[in-house]
Design a protein around this ligand. Structure first.
Ligand SMILES: Cc1cc2nc3c(=O)[nH]c(=O)nc-3n(C[C@H](O)[C@H](O)[C@H](O)COP(=O)(O)O)c2cc1C
Length: 160
């Protein structure tokens, strides 16, 4: 498996998705894995990867902008690759609907695996407005971490 090269492309506002990307990399030990934060620019030459994982967090029902842009600009390439998708979102009940809204039906149906990796709220990292939104909408008062390791492991298993 060492000659299998996997790209994990993600973006993260407060670190949850970044943490999930690192955990996923650990679970893909048998492969060569490159992790790219799309906030710092897009990776070049997607052709060199055997598989691509794209993941991002949901804010106000939308995929974080750098991930959305990456999917839109590379839809044809991603639609022809071995592909896996993941979301971090606080509302697990809307995860299925978010998958289609965020990645589009084409990529969703093409993906060999789609998973909800859980969510975190880092109240100490948020400004006043975000903290207030989270308190009022999600009814969360303190920082919380609910990363779903078993879902991360399941996605890794389907990819290898
Ligand atoms: C201001 C704000 C808005 C959010 N909006 C949504 C939302 O619409 N739906 C949802 O399921 N989760 C929502 N979340 C939860 C995030 O998706 C969750 O905190 C995620 O783990 C953030 O990942 P990140 O730290 O990688 O940015 C929101 C969180 C914040 C702080």
């Amino acid at each position: 498996m060492a000659n299998v090269h996997i790209l994990i492309a993600y973006a993260s506002k407060f670190g949850c998705t970044a943490k999930c990307a690192r955990v996923l990399k650990e679970k893909l030990k048998e492969a060569e894995v490159t992790v790219v934060d799309l906030s710092n620019g897009h990776p070049d030459n997607l052709a060199k990867y055997d598989a691509i994982v794209v993941g991002g967090p949901v804010y106000a029902g939308k995929l974080l902008a750098p991930v959305q842009k990456f999917c839109e600009e590379n839809e044809d390439t991603l639609g022809a690759k071995r592909l896996a998708l993941f979301l971090c979102c606080g509302d697990g009940g809307r995860y299925e609907a978010y998958l289609n809204d965020c990645f589009g039906q084409r990529l969703r149906e093409h993906a060999v695996a789609c998973e909800h990796f859980g969510y975190e709220y880092h109240m100490e990292k948020m400004g006043f407005i975000f903290r207030t939104v989270v308190r009022l909408v999600a009814r969360v008062k303190h920082s919380e971490s609910h990363i779903l390791e078993s879902n991360i492991a399941r996605l890794a298993g389907k990819l290898l």
